[in-house]
Design a protein around this ligand. Sequence first.
Ligand code: NAD
Length: 475
Amino acid sequence: YGGYRVPFILSLAMETLSDLQKDLEELRETFSSGKTKEECWRRSQLKGLLTLLQEKEDDIFKALKQDIGKHPAETYRDEIGTLIKSVDYALVGLKKWMSPKKAKLPVAAFPSSAELVPEPLGLVLIFSSWNYPFGLSLEPLIGAIAAGNTVVLKPSELAPASSSVLADTIHTYLDKKAVKVIQGGHSVGEQLLQQKWDKIFFTGSAHVGRIVMSAAAKHLTPVVLELGGKSPAVVDSLISSWDRQVAIKRILIGKFGACGGQACIGIDYILVERKFASTLVEQMKYFIRKIYGENPKESNSIARIINKKHFLRLKNLLADPMVKASIVHGGSLDEDNLFIEPTILIDPPLKAAIMTEEIFGPLLPIIPLEKIEDSIAFIKARPRPLTIYAFTKNETLKRRMVSETSSGSIVFNDAIIQYAAETIPFGGVGESGFGRYHGKFSFDTFTHEKGVLRRSFLTEFWFRFPPWNDTKLLL
Ligand code: NAD
């Protein structure tokens, strides 16, 4: 740095920090005022979000096209449409969710009554990722405001157009004294982590998840970590050819059609019986051509790689000669356009990075096994994934999958669809994270259920009190 630039950078950082302190003070004052606890405030915020999604639809389409080359249809399916559905669901459920729930008490407390009273946590921090910048920011926000909290949202710097839309619009549709968007990269993230929060909701990598958790420990702040991992898809050869076609289309959409493979619940790799592997590949090639055309690079239906760093990371996964040799379809890369062709690999070495790290891109390894039942041991030998997919009609296999494996969720005969289900909690287990949200689970995630017990002065049981004697012991 030139001598004059250091003070400039320092003063900029200090000003940002004091702005941040002012913002946090305002958010805490808003929470203390009690207004966010009112049902009408919560409702007005949810409705504001709904209006934002409706009125800013075009801006959201443009931002996601610019950031990651997503087609508006995919954006509507995975972000706008799903979010509108979630806000509607929260508006319908809100009154019931906010109401205290009666609880039973032991006879020793008779006469008395008890209830669980949901109360907001306070000021919460939401970190989101770049692959679904609206969904991963606003889905937890729905839960946070429905539960009556004030919020700081930090979207990912890797999707700058989307991040700007969030920062430029949220303050006009939502209470700006209660919800603030703070943009920035890891240094802003680190500054935010030094503050005291009542909850941190983090979506991102396990590496940063660890940083978040250790920063939160300092203030005993509870955290939710929505991480990723390698979600397998088991494909049983014993399904009919019609079912197989349906399965293959769903697999391709659950891989290449989910942000070009850059989705936390996207299919990472496939497990299949050896005798069926080549048939599966041939049919997949056919449907890839049908969906993306002869030259997928010209297709506007597949998202681009988010940036050069991730492009090079994916290129590196293919650099190992044994991995390269396992490519049976695709494999072409265009660095200038951040495009990677939908690529299928058969039997790459299990020790290669492509089989030990989360792929997060349009590369799909297929691992042949002797028997489909071996997939259970294969999955169990690895870190617990966010999701397991299995395409099968074999009820015994399904039962064994559910009882013998562990994952955030398990889906039979489809992929990605679970993200849109409000009644199923979304979240990981083990290395894929902890905590859960969507639907009422989002409300619960940002709520403390306070136990309230009301006892009367009537009736007293002598055996509850000292002095102790053997009769009391026997009772
Ligand atoms: P990331 O961990 O790099 O970034 C996530 C967020 O943390 C961003 O907002 C980023 O700015 C912030 N951040 C980065 N470094 C930080 C630091 N040192 N201190 C504080 N904040 C910091 O992850 P990513 O690249 O955005 O996302 C990819 C990962 O996220 C993948 O592993 C994927 O599976 C996972 N993911 C999970 C879900 C889910 O819902 N479970 C959804 C999307 C992505």
